[in-house]
Each structure stands twice: as C-alpha cells, then as structure tokens.
Design a protein around this ligand. Structure first.
Ligand code: AMP
Length: 307
C-alpha cells in the first residue's frame, strides 16, 4: 500500500457559526487531512504534537482508522494547540478569535523511519519552518509534495513560508490568501505568480464556489456541491487537501489529468465535512456515500454539446 506522510496541527477548536457554538472539540488540519485520506487505500502517518490534555479516545480513533501516530508526540505537561473562530452569516468568511500555539510553538517533527520513502508528502497547515524540516527528513524528494497554509503564517512567518513554497509541487490556498500572498486581485494572475515562486500546480479554494486547479496555461474548475445545509465550514480546506492527497497517494499517478480527479475527490469529501460541526460527519462516512457524491459531482457539470 502506498504511504502518505501528513504533517499539520492537531487541535482543539471552539467554533461559532450562525447555527450554533461548540466548546473545545477535536480539530486541526492533520486531523481533517488524516480522516479524509483514510477513505483511500493508503498507509498514512500523522506527524504532529499534542498536550497531556488530549484525550486517549482521540488517539485511539486515529489508530482504529489505520493511521500511524507513532510520530504524534504527546507532551504530558503541555497544552494542545487551540484555535477559535466565528463565522459570518455567509459562512464563507470568518474571524479568528484565538490562536494559542501551546505545544506547537516548540515542535520538532520526526518522520517515522518507515515513512521516509513515501511518494506523497502532505504538508498541512502549521509553522512553515516545521514544514521545511519535514521535507528535509525524507530520504529522497517525494514524487509529490503538497503544501497547505493560511494567512496567519503570511502575517507572522512570510520569509519561512516563501522558502517552503519554493520546495513544493502543489500548493492549496484559499482565494483571499492567494491575493494576500501575491498582491494581485485576479486569481489567474495570482496563480501565475505563485507558480513563479516554485509550485508546478496551484489549487485555489473558493469555499462554496468550488476550487480552481492551475497548471502551466491550463485551468480546471471543480464546483462545490450545492448543499441544503452547511453547518460548519471548519476543516473543509484541510479535508479537501486530505482527499486530494489520499487519492493521489492511492493512484500514484501525478499527471495533470489525475490531479483533476483528485480535486473532485477533495471537493466531494469537503462537502461532507461542512454538514456537521468539527469532525463529526467525517467520522461517520462510508465509501458508498463518497462514491455516490462523486457521481453527483459528475452530473452537476456534465452537458452534451453534440445535440
Ligand atoms: P480550514 O477551515 O480548513 O481552513 O482549517 C481549519 C483548521 O485550521 C482548524 O481545525 C484549526 O485548528 C486550524 N488552524 C487555525 N489556525 C491555524 C494555524 N495558525 N496553524 C495551524 N492550524 C490552524
């Protein structure tokens, strides 16, 4: 089975949306990425850190899903990374209310030996310097290095972020962040500029308006599935990245055509994530539901020009 290394924060999130509010619940990019990737035939490992306040039941949950957590460090006298956010009425935008790095502030990642030859490396959102250190630990450059990041790191660690962007093949970023990174309003120009910074492929996530995949002069668009109810968009971007990475790790085909399919799988998985708070929906998702939704995606945009 193909191996996938996942790096990213594992977190407690407190979320407020127009539909409700949660106390500290399980979240974090590596969590959402791992759950999405576990829908595929891949052997994945999470490289991350949590505090002594992180419940064993969550650790067991990862193990039960076949996710290797030998490099998920538990600092007994530390606190888990905490993020809190409040969504606006359109659910596409949110304010960050708190970001407490806690144990993440001094994290020295260690990639498990048996994953050092993995073909796909998924660098989920956390300090860019940690993301770089993980690339350096691999025995050879993986066939595909995917990076996800956010505005927080553009504001606090831009130079480190630019350094890691130079080393990756794919970047997934949301529209506002692409604009912030490049100072360009047009996403087409922003994507071109980002390609000039290193990545061959640029994925720009547009929330409920889908995602764009840029490669050379080509653009592929995947819609987001129009849903009756969106409860909580937290983790949708990470779930997208996890589906994208999981599909590519499983298929081991890194052509543009296969990346298009990966974008659809990522979008389909993200459409489940937003249906419930936090990880709830992703913990109760089966392959049949995923496959049905892939077909819905196909039908959503298929039309016949020959008639
Ligand atoms: P998304 O909704 O996909 O953009 O990601 C939401 C997740 O990002 C939440 O689970 C948060 O814990 C996590 N998050 C928020 N801020 C940061 C940060 N600065 N570094 C790493 N993860 C973060």
């Amino acid at each position: 089975m193909s191996k996938l290394v996942i790096v990213g924060a594992v977190a407690f999130d407190a979320i407020e949306t127009p539909f409700g509010k949660t106390d500290k619940i399980l979240g974090g990019p590596a969590t959402f990425i791992g759950l999405a990737a576990s829908q595929f035939e891949v052997d994945s490992a999470i490289v991350s850190i949590v505090g002594g306040d992180f419940p064993n039941q969550y650790l067991d949950m990862f193990k039960n899903r076949g996710i290797d957590i030998s490099s998920l460090e538990v600092v007994q006298n530390g606190k888990t990374f905490f993020w809190s956010g409040k969504y606006h009425n359109d659910m596409n935008t949110r304010d960050t209310l708190a970001t407490e790095l806690n144990v993440l502030a001094d994290f020295n990642p260690v990639v498990p030996e048996k994953y050092k030859n993995s073909k796909v490396l998924m660098l989920g959102n956390l300090q860019p310097s940690v993301q770089s250190s993980v690339i350096e630990q691999m025995n050879k450059k993986p066939d595909l290095v995917i990076l996800d990041t956010m505005n927080f790191w553009m504001d606090t660690a831009l130079e480190d972020l630019k350094k890691v962007i130079r080393k990756v093949d794919v970047i997934t970023i949301n529209d506002e962040e692409a604009r912030q990174l490049t100072s360009e309003y047009s996403l087409v120009i922003a994507a071109k500029k980002i390609m000039g910074m290193g990545p061959k492929y640029v994925v720009i996530k547009k929330g409920e308006h889908g995602a764009l995949l840029f490669f050379e002069n080509e653009i592929f668009y995947a819609p987001a599935l129009p849903l009756k109810s969106v409860f909580d968009p937290t983790g949708a971007g990470d779930t997208f990245a996890g589906g994208f990475a999981g599909f590519l790790a499983q298929t081991e085909d890194f052509s543009f055509d296969n990346l298009k399919k990966a974008v659809i799988y990522g979008s389909a998985l993200a459409s489940f994530c937003v249906e419930k708070f936090g990880t709830e929906r992703m913990l109760n998702l089966d392959k049949k539901e995923l496959n049905d939704r892939i077909l819905q995606f196909k039908n959503l945009t298929q039309f016949d020009l020959s008639k």
